[in-house]
Design a protein around this ligand. Structure first.
Ligand code: RTP
Ligand code: MG
Length: 135
C-alpha cells in the first residue's frame, strides 16, 4: 500500500482546521497510520524543503513552517500520493479549485494549509525524516 507524508502547516493549525483536513482524508478512504503535532527546528525544515534551497522564497518558507506547531501524518492508501495532492489542490490557493483544501481555505501561496509529498520517492524520504521509527 502506498504511503505519503501530509503536513497540516502552522497556518492550518492556527485556523483550527485540523479536524476538517483529517476528515477529508478519512472521507476519501485513506488511512492515517502515524500522526504527531510538533514544531519543526530550522534544520529539519531546510532538509524537508531542500529542493527549494535556491529559491527566493526559501528563507521565508523556513520561517513560516517553523513558526508554530504543525501536524505531521503518514497517510496510506491506493495511489495516496496522487490522491492527497488532488485533495490539497494547486500550490497557489487562488488558482486551486473550489472543493480542494487550498481552494476552500486559503488565499496566499505560502500559507496554503497543507503539504503532501509530490512522488513516492519524496514520500519515502519525507516519511524517514518525520517518522524515522515507523516500520
Ligand atoms: P508542498 O511542497 O508544501 O506540498 O507544496 P507544493 O508541492 O504544492 O508546492 P512547492 O512548489 O513544493 O512549494 C513548497 C511550498 O513553498 C511555498 N511557496 N511559496 N512564490 C512563493 O512565495 C512560494 N511558492 C511556494 C508554499 O507554502 C508551497 O506549498
Ligand atoms: Mg512540494
Amino acid at each position: 500500500m502506498e504511503r505519503t507524508l501530509v503536513l497540516i502547516k502552522p497556518d492550518g493549525v492556527r485556523r483550527n482546521i485540523i479536524g476538517e483536513v483529517i476528515s477529508r482524508i478519512e472521507r476519501k478512504g485513506m488511512k492515517i497510520v502515524a500522526l504527531d503535532m510538533r514544531t519543526l527546528d530550522a534544520g529539519t525544515a531546510k532538509t524537508h524543503y531542500e529542493e527549494h534551497a535556491s529559491r527566493p522564497f526559501f528563507e521565508s518558507l523556513v520561517e513560516f513552517i517553523t513558526g508554530g506547531p504543525l501536524v505531521a501524518m503518514v497517510v496510506e492508501g491506493e495511489r495516496s500520493v496522487e490522491a492527497f495532492r488532488a485533495l490539497a489542490g494547486a500550490t497557489d490557493p487562488v488558482a486551486a479549485a473550489p472543493g480542494t483544501v487550498r481552494g476552500d481555505f486559503a488565499m496566499e501561496v505560502q500559507q496554503n494549509i497543507v503539504h503532501g509529498s509530490d512522488s513516492t520517492y519524496s514520500a519515502e524520504r519525507e516519511i524517514k525524516l518525520f517518522f524515522p521509527d515507523l516500520a
